[in-house]
Design a protein around this ligand. Structure first.
Ligand code: NAD
Ligand code: UDX
Length: 480
């Protein structure tokens, strides 16, 4: 029986390995992590991440051929194939701080593999890493090899949160990069055989190591670039009276462009886009390519601009001050169908409003008060350093309350901001919400969720990103 071990039981390691176990009953899969609480959660009925369809997959194979454990050394020792799916955060200090990825977790995983291995291994980069990481990992393993042979493969993951199980069941492609030596090709074949249990062969792409590593960064940069492009246009739509959803529909009908990833929003979030673009920028700079670095940097600048623009619109619409005013925040996760808040635009928007002394009442169907309070006091980039290693701050932000009831969040509020596109926000009783709010009552829709005309009929003053402005808002241009 082939044995697989995955180091890192997070958003990628957990779902990916659960699907491998489900689709390959002849393979034994162990997912290991240094976080005791995370592993306990994987072994309980309350999984550590919310992901539609994940519970059923885990239930079907846990205890049969899928195991979650903190005994990292045992499972690494026994495995034929080791996936490394640890976090690769942006460095917070030192050389390349704010751009370069921090490979501390990766390196410690590699050193541990070298320490405990007694047989040949295939080591698979599942984490997103800079180009040439495989070379560094090879060096660590080879210098400590004790005669053991390692083959390094790059097998980046393309799943998106909220649709992870669907994406894993039916991937657009699986990418495997390896050395062009006979041993490298044999390792590629061994990993191909795993995916071939359910992925059609023509969707399994094989490349050299560096192409696979770079393709992952490139794919995320392209996706994020589309969002920044449409978000940049949303500002122009507001200035001209064009409607961004009509523009993106018309543009996306061109089959060369396509309709996906053209939804204007308050900004993209998530653990990947910003981090991976910064990583790409850093690699370009290190390779003496400042023009290329600046090109990709602009994608992040537009994203920051979009979040600032939203805050400015809220403040300027409400007579240039939100001081002491209750503002309801609907949605805190970085997108719907996940409880993940990493790099969510809600953090920057809330911090912006708090900076203007607003009182926030936050509702999200999946995010806990603890998480929200932690996010609002955490420093930039600290979020991706495992939570169990972070000192918890005892103070909470006093101007912030968190509730599980959307109507309580909006009661007596002066305005409400929709920051995540949860489906339930489409069907709220907006008349009831309006009746219980202060007047004039404002809605700031950062996700094109509400029916603008209906809400205006009720009496709300509505701002929806990229849509023609309410006459009220036209008279109060957004602050510079
Ligand atoms: P995560 O933070 O959810 O999980 C990483 C886990 O690794 C944590 O539980 C941490 O405790 C564990 N860990 C760290 N060092 C360890 C060590 N030495 N030994 C054992 N466990 C260790 O991160 P994630 O979202 O799963 O992302 C993992 C990687 O996959 C990152 O490189 C990320 O860029 C990439 N990725 C993420 C996504 C996504 O949607 N989240 C998608 C594609 C790729
Ligand atoms: C992304 C990539 O899609 C995935 O392939 C990669 O493996 C990890 O990074 P993820 O961050 O989980 O996945 O979610 P994604 O659906 O890409 O959304 C990212 C952000 O962009 C979210 O905040 C989302 O709301 C936003 N977004 C997405 C838009 O603002 N507009 C869009 O049209 C699409």
């Amino acid at each position: 029986m082939v044995k697989i071990c995955c180091i890192g039981a997070g958003y990628v390691g957990g779902p990916t390995m659960a699907v491998i176990a489900l689709k390959c009953p002849s393979i034994e899969v162990a997912v290991v992590d240094i976080s005791v609480s995370r592993i306990s959660a994987w072994n309980s009925d309350q999984l550590p991440i919310y992901e539609p369809g994940l519970d059923e997959v885990v239930k079907q194979c846990r205890g049969k051929n899928l195991f979650f454990s903190t005994d990292i050394e045992k499972h690494v020792y026994e495995a034929d194939i080791i996936f490394v799916s640890v976090n690769t955060p942006t460095k917070t200090q030192g050389l390349g701080a704010g751009k370069a990825p921090d490979l501390t977790y990766w390196e410690s995983a590699a050193r541990m593999i070298a320490d405990v291995s007694k047989s040949n291994k295939i080591v698979v980069e599942k984490s997103t890493v800079p180009v040439k990481t495989a070379e560094a990992i090879e060096k660590i393993l080879r210098h400590n090899s004790k005669g053991i042979k390692y083959q390094i493969l790059s097998n980046p993951e393309f799943l998106a949160e909220g649709t992870a199980i669907q994406d894993l069941f039916n991937p657009d492609r699986v990418l495997i990069g390896g050395r062009e030596t006979p041993e490298g090709q044999m390792a590629i074949q061994a990993l191909k055989d795993v995916y071939a249990h359910w992925v059609p062969e023509d969707r399994i792409i094989t490349t050299n190591l560096w192409s696979a590593e770079l393709s992952k960064l490139a794919a995320n940069a392209f996706l994020a670039q589309r969002i920044s492009s449409v978000n940049a246009l949303s500002a122009l739509c507001e200035a001209t009276g064009a409607d961004v959803s009509q523009v993106s529909h018309a543009v996306g009908k061109d089959s060369r462009i396509g309709p996906k990833f053209l939804n204007a929003s308050v900004g993209f979030g998530g653990s990947c886009f910003q981090k991976d673009i910064l990583n790409l920028v850093y690699i370009c700079e290190c390779n003496g390519l400042p023009e290329v670095a600046n090109y990709w940097k602009q994608v992040i600048k537009v994203n920051d601009y979009q979040k600032n623009r939203f805050v400015n619109r809220v403040v300027s619409s409400m007579f240039n001050t939100v001081s002491g005013k209750k503002i309801a925040i609907l949605g805190f996760a970085f997108k719907k169908d996940t409880g993940d808040t990493r790099e969510t635009p809600a953090i920057d928007v809330c911090k912006g409003l708090l900076g203007d002394k607003a009182c926030l009442s936050i509702y999200d169907p999946q995010v806990t008060e603890d998480q929200i309070q932690r996010d609002l006091i955490m420093k930039k980039f600290d979020w991706d350093h495992p939570i169990h290693l972070q000192p918890m701050s005892p103070t909470a932000v006093k101007q912030v309350t968190v509730t599980w009831d959307v109507y309580e969040a909006t009661k007596d509020a002066h305005g409400l901001c929709i920051l995540t596109e949860w489906d339930e926000f489409k069907t709220l009783d907006y008349q009831r919400i309006f009746d219980n709010m202060q007047k004039p009552a404002f809605v700031f829709d950062g996700r094109s969720v509400v029916n603008v005309d209906k809400l205006r009929e009720i009496g709300f003053i509505v701002y929806s990103i990229g849509k023609p402005l309410d006459s009220w808002l036209k008279d109060m241009p957004a602050l510079a």
